[in-house]
Design a protein around this ligand. Sequence first.
Ligand code: NOJ
Length: 687
Amino acid sequence: MRIYGRRFTPASALLAFFIPCAAPSQVRVASPDGRNAVVVETHEGRLYYSVERDGRPLLTPSLLGFDFRGAPPLRDSLRIVDSSRSTFDETWTQPWGEVSRIRDHHNELKVGVEETRAPNRKFTLAVRAFNDGVAFRYEFPAQPSLADFEMMDELTEFAIADNARAWWIASNRPRLDRSEQLWSEGPVSTLDSVQTPLTMELRDGKTFVVIHEANLVDYAKMNIRGPRMESRTLRADLAPYADGVKVRGHTPFVTPWRTIQIADKVTELSPSVIGLNLNPPPVLANTDWIKPMKYVGIWWGMHINTMTWSSGPKHGATTANTKRYIDFAAANGFGGVLVEGWNVGWDGDWIQNRNAFSFTQSYPDYDLPELARYARSKGVHLIVHNETSGGIQNYERQMDSAFSLYHSLGLDGIKSGYVTDLTSEGHSHWGQFMVNHYRHVIEKAAQYHIMLDAHEPIHDTGERRTYPNMMSREGARGQEYNAWGGDGGNPPEHETILFFTRLLDGPMDFTPGIFDILRTHTGPARLNEEPRVRTTIAKQLALYVVIYSPLQMAADLPENYDQVPAFQFIKDVAVDWDTTRVIDGKIGDYVIVARKQKSSPQWFLGAITDEEARTFSVPLTFLDRGKAYVADIYADGPGANWLTNPTPVAISHRAVTRNSVLRIALAPGGGQAIRIRPVGPRGGTRP
Ligand code: NOJ
């Protein structure tokens, strides 16, 4: 049996082997509660780390190192030269989020490592052990033998201790380069090339592990390459430049953190804060201008083909149509109106003609200054759409003039778009080139006080802590697939998987709230026709609570909300939270989440299921003791079923306290959304 390298090693064998040769070549750090531990050690000149929980291995010795162009791999003749430790405990407040206060409590170990042979390069491995997981990164000091570099590979491995069950989307399929895929499930040993967050359930049934990264700056996005034969060893797989180089730079530099979130129960994975704790504190002196909000927009019409982005008789972004949306937003308490297709460049093949987009010039039937004024007069924010199609240089050339124009008109929100797999230069959408571009946009937007919602983004690695104007992203299959997805739309289980995978990295602009599920007003989706929304209306409501986003869209056409009683929930639901509790859940089956509105005594609860009907009893023990509340309940109505009868919603109101237990019945593909508001002298709200 090999202890190191490619094969799985039982814990007993590890102990037997490690103890005798421990001493100077092995160091260890444990989390403040002592449950998670990382061991760093060398063996035959190679550097390894392993991760334990309660003394059981989660990751067996996993290789660390790099391959730089023109030099031997930084891997084969390493020794630990020193180590130091520190402890950190601080609680900080988010300007917005799933929770308002976050505790960063960890023990840190810094391990100095050097090559024992020429070129005698050196680095520090920084390891942090938290109660909710562990993380490490490489820190390179300036040094003559590693000054300017081209990194061809990061050799980091993740040797999973057993053949864990993994939920994954692929990272290496052409045209699927935008994370917009359905999730698959299977044992780690069968993974090919996948994205993070990679959520796994160990075979012991007692542990969930999520591999991701934090503070991705001036580096390439990390994907994960699957194991070779008979192995469970995953490898970091960095997205490349067109010429195959992974990262260009010079020392001193640090890599992003490689994070391994750990939980006993799946419900403890969310909200995930380990990535936020590994990002630097905010750099913006004033964040008062950054405000979570709900918005509507000229958007779904294009996806179901009743409007066009391009000019012509069906052009959606006209002055008159936009005023109609602004009026609707103002009348119903929405903060924003998104308008797509307002700017010149959409005619013809807008993906091929990526460099034809102007980000300042409107179509003649769209009066930007007048609409900015009109929106402001109604207390509504006009959200500007910037689709780049991956024409990065075209966008960067115009960014200053565009952002200063928006700022001068009082516009403070941009939804950006990057519909492309490769940039014009042939670089990966996820490589260092694009990581730097996205970061540049965040910084530039912050300079002009602009909030961002990026579609086809690089995945979230906690940037929102440092730049809270980086609010939401797409980065998974959203609602739009229910309009035109060639495979019929998102299956009923989709959002129950998203919650425990993609949403662990950060907020998602999923764009819930489609009520005209069968497109009775616009054609052509019908009961069994595809594509179509594969949920009930009550589940569309529940998604406002389940899928967290500080920018939350009511995605349907305004006319589809007209006179519909269930619309009241979308008007009422909060977008910013003091606290979040995941009450129950099973990946791919169901999720129940309760969230307390920021600076308010109100709670909202969302429950969703896959294609199975399910019933739950939910004790409301999270409510305040001694307080009386009313629950406004939006449940699947009689006979509701995502496939055959998606529209019935039963609305009821019920007095509750923290001693109440709600019976929550979900139809197949259904959901339930509940607002729980205090009643009485100070808490009284609309019945
Ligand atoms: C794809 C985005 O996800 C969608 O929201 C947008 O409408 C189109 N691209 C056009 O930019």
